[in-house]
Design a protein. Structure first.
Length: 584
């Protein structure tokens, strides 16, 4: 039985060959080792115990259960069960449909996902950041900030209902261009056409990726990789000119300054003090005028550049060119998506925005700043700030909406803010209330920490603090001032709690709202490590062991059972769990 990492590495190596076609992929689904690793990854997820339309969850997983799944795949009788349709709230107040597959379907999808990822990841565009290892919204935004310098027009891409409108036939034809294994392709078809159940009514799926499915994000990237390739080819044809032409006013002034400097150097000893001061004053005036001009012609008609960044179905383009050209780019993209991918680019939401105004991408405002201010250097001279630089900003209305969404703020007459208590938190214990506020503040800051104006979130934190104090005051039927005094620990707001090690304190977060570009990524091995191939996680070892951890019986097949939260249990199970927790 081949080691999964060896198999995946070989697939990745072959994927780098542009015209290589993969065959006999389906046989890898007979390899139990893939399922053990898939299980080791999935059991950590919060949704592993979430039911689909039946009682199937991660609970009770065993080697025998995996072998039965493999046998179904071997004789091609496996059929995915329709997902359970549920809805999750969106930021705009609407809801997004989500399909919840059964655990066995998740397990097979995870194996298929790993095989597909090994094949397609090497050929994905470097400008695609969604649902990819070591990439994120932050890497996408930082690429925009670092590469869109001098942009004159933004094109904000918006695809209408992308995940619901993926054309299955187009997707399968994309897969068939690299995969020549009909058993494997048919399995993808089964996932796409599995359907969903809503209010116990079955609905067929004729288009779209199964949202909530493990392979859906990867399938969407495979689909939109065609857009990435088209845009990259478009950029090659659009870009022209090696560099911008010189700006004549700037260079005329620079020549005049150099002439004055050489003349001063020649005449300096013969000049009186008054003449020296006059010449220095003239030179200073010339420098000041020089710094009001650009050294290059920023909008040189013979210099064109197009930049592109995509995160999932959101993308943005930066155009150094005319508005007319930006409009043509938008028309060309609309036509390509319609004819090649059968998707619709929203004419209303795909905006063309001048770069001195804010464009919106991944919840950030993006603008190219025009800054003529000068900064003083350590040697006393003044230098102009770098102009036409792309910067990221926290939108004011975003964090106000967030506060309203959390029910921590109400907006009264004349747009006056008023922090309010959150009734749905009042029945929690003191520690949970504090940790809820801390996690919400830290999470919001962590998302916007690369913004140039991230300091505005101090207002967000302060509003959250007053909302928290009012929540405690409401819980104890007290006043704000008495509540602050009650929870004051070493001059800060904190909650004491008891542990086996003694009394501990959790304080209200004082996270500094300062810009932070650090993106933490896991280390990647540069030298092949054979120990990785032979290693197993403790969870796999426990699954394969033939000795029960509870009763110590040996040489028996085992099932793995997982701990449930009390809130997820019902009736007698819940009482039993409470009794057990009391005994421990």
């Amino acid at each position: 039985m081949r080691i999964p990492k060896v198999v995946l590495n070989r697939l990745t190596a072959k994927a780098k060959e542009e015209n290589y076609v993969f065959e006999r992929l389906y046989r890898n689904l007979y390899n139990k080792e893939f399922y053990f690793e898939a299980y080791a990854k999935l059991y950590k997820n919060k949704g592993s115990n979430t039911k689909g339309i039946n009682e199937d969850t991660i609970d009770g997983i065993s080697v025998k259960r995996i072998e039965k799944l493999i046998e179904k795949l071997r004789n091609q009788t496996y059929q995915p069960i329709p997902a359970r349709r549920t809805y999750i709230p969106k930021k705009n107040g609407k809801t997004r449909p989500l399909g919840i597959p059964t655990f066995e379907d998740k397990l097979i999808q995870e194996v298929v996902r790993r095989l597909l990822e090994s094949i397609y990841e090497p050929q994905f565009s470097e400008h695609s950041h969604g649902f990819r290892q070591n990439l994120s919204c932050h890497t996408a935004l930082i690429e925009v900030r670092n590469t869109f310098t001098g942009t004159k027009w933004f094109i904000e891409g918006d695809i209408k209902g992308f995940f619901d409108n993926i054309d299955h036939h187009v997707l399968i034809s994309i897969l068939r261009s690299r995969i020549r294994d009909e058993k494997f392709i048919n399995l993808i078809w089964k996932f796409l056409r599995a359907g969903y159940m809503e209010d116990w009514v079955f609905h067929k799926t004729y288009s779209g990726a199964p949202q909530g499915g493990i392979i859906s994000p990867l399938l969407s990237n495979i689909y939109l990789n065609e857009l990435d390739k088209y845009v990259e080819q478009y950029i090659e044809h659009y870009n022209k000119g090696d560099k911008r032409v010189h700006n004549l006013p700037y260079h005329n002034l620079a020549s005049k300054i150099n002439y004055r400097k050489s003349k001063n150097k020649r005449d300096w000893t013969a000049l009186t003090q008054i003449e020296k001061e006059e010449r220095l004053k003239e030179l200073k005036s010339l420098y000041k005028e020089l710094q009001s001009h650009d050294s290059k012609e920023l909008f040189d008609p013979y210099y064109r550049r197009l930049k592109y960044v995509r995160y999932a179905d959101d993308f943005i383009l930066g155009v150094i060119g005319s508005k007319k050209e930006a409009e043509q780019i938008k028309r060309d993209l609309t036509l390509f998506l319609k004819e090649q991918l059968r998707l619709e680019l929203s004419a209303e939401k795909t905006l063309i925005t001048h770069s001195k105004k804010n464009a919106r991408f991944l919840g950030y405002d993006i603008r190219v700043v025009r800054d003529w201010h000068r900064i003083k250097m350590p040697n006393g001279t003044k230098k102009r700030k770098f102009n036409y630089q792309t910067k990221l900003f926290v939108p004011l209305e975003k964090y106000i909406q967030k506060l309203v969404q959390l029910n921590a703020l109400t907006i009264g007459p004349n747009n006056r803010w008023k922090p309010i208590h959150r009734p749905y938190l009042v029945h929690n214990d003191d520690l949970k209330i504090l940790r809820t506020y801390n996690s919400e503040i830290d999470g919001y800051y962590n998302y916007y920490r690369i913004a140039s104006n991230v300091h505005v979130l101090q207002s967000f934190r302060q509003t959250m603090k007053y909302s928290m104090v009012k929540t405690y005051a409401n819980k104890y039927k007290s006043t704000v001032s008495k509540t602050i005094n009650k929870f004051s620990v070493n001059g800060e707001f904190g909650v004491r709690y008891e542990t086996k090690e003694g009394i501990k304190i959790v304080y209200f977060t004082m996270q500094r709202m300062e810009k932070n570009d650090e993106i933490k990524q896991p280390n990647v091995d540069t030298v092949e490590n054979t120990l990785v191939y032979s290693g197993r996680t403790s969870m796999i070892d426990r699954l394969l062991a033939k000795k029960c951890e509870c009763c110590a019986v040996s040489s028996v097949p085992l099932e793995m059972h997982h701990i449930h939260k009390l809130k997820d249990l019902q009736g007698k199970k819940k009482m039993g769990a409470k009794n057990n927790s009391q005994q421990t």
